[in-house]
Design a protein around this ligand. Structure first.
Ligand code: ADP
Ligand code: ZN
Length: 738
């Protein structure tokens, strides 16, 4: 993949033209002239002038505008020697743009990034044994190098060979000049090893086998089908869908498979498992992979040689040549919603990608989202079930602790019942998990003298105390400062009080209660890298931790064989607030975290601390009747016309000038088009009205399913001029209402 030489000039009077889409938020593709003698194909990567700049883009399907002024056309500068994007992927980019209402170039940017990966990296030079010239005098030093070179089975850098031989680099280089060593240049982006799909996985249980057979049959049809792999926590969903992965890879020598995971912390153990299964490390793509690593994945996906890719949601936009199967693990996870840049739901976009590419997709979960459950009941997806845990492990026993009857001591958060349970568990030598889905030490810092609640600068966001780092942090803006001694408002000394618990505070209480126990905290603040997560998971597996205090980061997918007790500090936490998915999400998180207990031989239990044991979500956790809960949830949504029974979009206006933002909002209200089946609510101040100095005002649009909410929003917002001082962001299918 090297750059082609610059192209010759344009000769004829009527130049050939192409449309080129640039990775910028522009309305569409631009027209460029094609120099004689070259024929860039749709999908080809090219560079073109734009004003004074030279930019990289992609030749896009489409016709030049009718009023094209040929005289003013600029020419394509270069065509890159990189496999073109497939028509399927270009169609997908256009479709995502149409669906999300983000510019096609903004979506293309997710595919080609900045275009930097189009440049082949500088080759790495390495040395191997060559042919010894007869007249070469072998000094003892040279002899050492030749001995070391004889032991090589692949080339190594000069410095490495010198190190092995215990001589200086110069000795190596002189041998290379004479031909005694041969110099080889290699691409640092080595191809990924082929996964060996013929390798056998674990022996499957009868029910796993049945599920795997069904999925394999569907994969064999080589056409689009949506499959839900619906299996309780610990049922072995991964083992089952890996059979589908093997089947897809086997079908076609160039087939590529993508496995999407919601959380980086899950990646390392997962990659290990896949490496065992297929005898080769898959390509992996997520924010924790450095730039060089990402370039390698991008280039090897683009040339089709990376056949198995594991990644976070953005991996969906990699330039696959022949994508034949997508797995979306933990499909219910809110983390699949992208909340910055182009706003999209990766699970939903993955389904669209599979449908457009006409290949199967497997969604796996123990707690499917309501959207997916409804798609199953409408016959749009086929459901494949695993009803019990693998290896005879039983489901955890879930019970409630009514905090009104069993309150904790003053200033504490763990009720005596939970404390007893942990005592018992620790005495048995088993592991316990204390779960609280809140980072930091305390969610709110308040001044006891003047009542001031500490917020981030120019924001309505609370500062969260992090005691490990002795800082106050805003989880929305990223602002942080050392915890002050005095109240910034009234200047009283030592008046700041931490209100409410976060995981760090629970850990503090645990340390005080169980001074002998080995206690660790697992949250995105204490475990910031993949390697740190891996280390912690290994300590759990090695039973070097007795009590793990954790946020939702521990609730997902992990397999802790010796964990038998899960204590949920505040089961009601997610239920407050008017979010339409609050109940569903709480159900999922509680089921998932409870599902960490008792996954091996020993049975497990979960204790939920609650102030509202009669709430349907909480009560439903005890009966474990998921279908009844989902049905009630479904009826509620249907009655209100909320997704998936209706469509929803949010429109957020932001700007530093409060009056102007509100003026635009008023103009928008005036411009709401009359349309059957559409309701527009707002403007209303967003829950975080002020964020980083911006004022934020929101509209919600609700439409019936037969309406194109995109067309409605296009017509509506197209009729109002937004001044450059205000910004409008449209979020189709919003998940977070901040
Ligand atoms: P799930 O994703 O459904 O929660 P996993 O696929 O992680 O479950 O499986 C749970 C545990 O059981 C894992 O440690 C896995 O290796 C093990 N397991 C599942 N199925 C088998 C099998 N057929 N043979 C051996 N081990 C299995
Ligand atoms: Zn004060």
């Amino acid at each position: 993949m090297t750059e082609a030489p610059s192209l010759p000039g344009i000769a004829s009077d009527h130049p050939q033209t192409v449309q080129v889409l640039l990775p910028l938020p522009l309305a569409g593709a631009y027209t460029y002239a094609v120099p004689d003698g070259v024929a860039p194909q749709p999908g080809s990567f090219v560079s073109v002038p734009l004003g004074p700049r030279e930019l990289r883009g992609v030749v896009w399907p489409g016709e030049p505008p009718a009023d094209l002024n040929e005289k003013k056309l600029k020419a394509v500068l270069q065509i890159y020697d990189v496999p073109p994007l497939t028509p399927e992927l270009m169609q997908f980019v256009d479709w995502v743009s149409g669906y999300t209402l983000f510019a096609p170039g903004a979506v293309l940017r997710m595919v080609m990034r900045s275009g930097a990966y189009l440049d082949a990296p500088r080759p790495q030079t390495g040395f191997m044994l060559g042919t010894l010239p007869e007249d070469l005098k072998l000094t003892p030093q040279r002899e050492k190098v030749m001995a070391a070179a004889r032991g090589l089975n692949s080339q190594v850098a000069a410095s490495e060979l010198a190190r092995r031989a215990g001589v200086s680099d110069a000795v190596v280089r002189s041998l290379a000049t004479s031909g005694a060593l041969q110099k080889l240049e290699t691409d640092p982006d080595q191809p990924f090893e082929e996964p060996d799909f013929r390798r056998k996985g674990h022996d499957l249980s009868a029910s796993q086998q049945a599920a795997a057979d069904t999925i394999r049959q569907q994969v064999a049809t080589k056409s689009y089908v949506g499959l839900l792999l619906d299996g309780v926590t610990g049922s072995g969903k991964t083992e089952v869908y890996l059979e589908a992965v093997a089947a897809a890879l086997q079908q076609d020598r160039t087939a590529q498979v993508l496995v999407l995971l919601p959380e980086i912390a899950l990646t390392m153990p997962f990659l290990k498992r896949l490496t065992q299964r297929f005898g080769a490390m898959p390509a992996h793509w997520h924010s924790d992979v450095g730039d060089a690593g990402r370039r390698r994945v991008w280039r090897r996906v683009a040339d089709g040689s990376a056949r198995l890719v594991v990644g976070a949601r953005s991996a969906l936009f990699l330039p696959f040549q022949n994508l034949r199967l997508i797995i979306v693990d933990e499909e219910h996870e809110g983390a699949y919603k992208q909340n910055e840049g182009v706003l999209y739901q990766a699970r939903d976009m993955a389904v669209a990608r599979a449908a457009q590419g006409n290949f199967p997709i497997v969604l796996a979960s123990a707690t499917p989202s309501l959207e997916t459950a409804v798609n199953v009941s409408l016959g749009r997806y086929t459901s494949v079930k695993l009803e019990s845990r693998f290896g005879g492990a039983s489901m955890p026993d879930v019970s409630l602790i009514d905090m009104r009857e069993h309150p904790p001591e003053r200033g504490e958060w763990l009720s005596p019942m939970l404390v007893d349970a942990v005592n018992e568990n620790t005495a048995k030598g088993d592991q316990s998990l204390l779960f609280l889905n809140r980072r930091g030490y305390a969610p709110l810092t308040i001044c006891r003298k003047c009542g001031e609640r500490l917020t981030a600068p120019d924001s309505d966001t609370w500062l969260v105390e992090h005691r490990f780092s002795n800082t106050l942090v805003c989880h929305h803006t990223g602002f942080s400062m050392p915890k002050p001694e005095r109240c910034p408002h009234c200047n009283s000394k030592d008046s700041l009080a931490a209100c409410g618990p976060g995981v760090e505070r629970i850990a503090e209480e645990a340390v005080a209660k169980w001074p002998e126990a080995r206690i660790a905290v697992f949250s995105s603040d204490t475990v910031q890298t993949n390697a740190a997560a891996q280390a912690l998971l290994e300590k759990m597996a090695a039973r070097e931790i007795d009590i793990l205090v954790a946020t939702q980061i521990a609730a997902k997918g992990h397999h802790f064989p010796h964990l038998t007790l899960v204590g949920v500090v505040d089961a009601d936490l997610g239920l407050a607030g008017g979010d339409l998915r609050a109940g569903e999400r709480t159900w999922q998180v509680l089921s998932q975290v409870a599902g960490r207990a008792g996954r091996a031989e020993k049975s497990g239990r979960a204790l939920l601390q609650t102030y509202q044991p009669e709430h349907p979500v909480i009560a439903g956790m005890v009966t474990g009747d998921r279908d009844a809960f989902m049905l009630a949830e479904q009826e509620g949504r249907e009655m209100l016309g909320f997704p998936p029974f209706g469509r929803l979009a949010a429109l957020l206006l932001t700007g530093e000038n409060e009056t102007q933002v509100n003026d635009v909002a008023r103009a928008l209200v005036q411009a709401v088009p009359q349309a059957q089946g559409v309701e527009v609510w707002g403007p209303a101040p967003a829950p975080l009205y002020r964020l980083r100095g911006s004022y934020r005002v929101r509209f919600l649009v609700k439409a019936t399913r037969d309406v194109s909410i995109q067309n409605f929003i296009r017509a509506w917002t197209g009729s109002v001029k937004i001044p450059s001082s205000a910004r409008q962001t449209i979020d189709i299918d919003p998940y977070y209402f901040l």
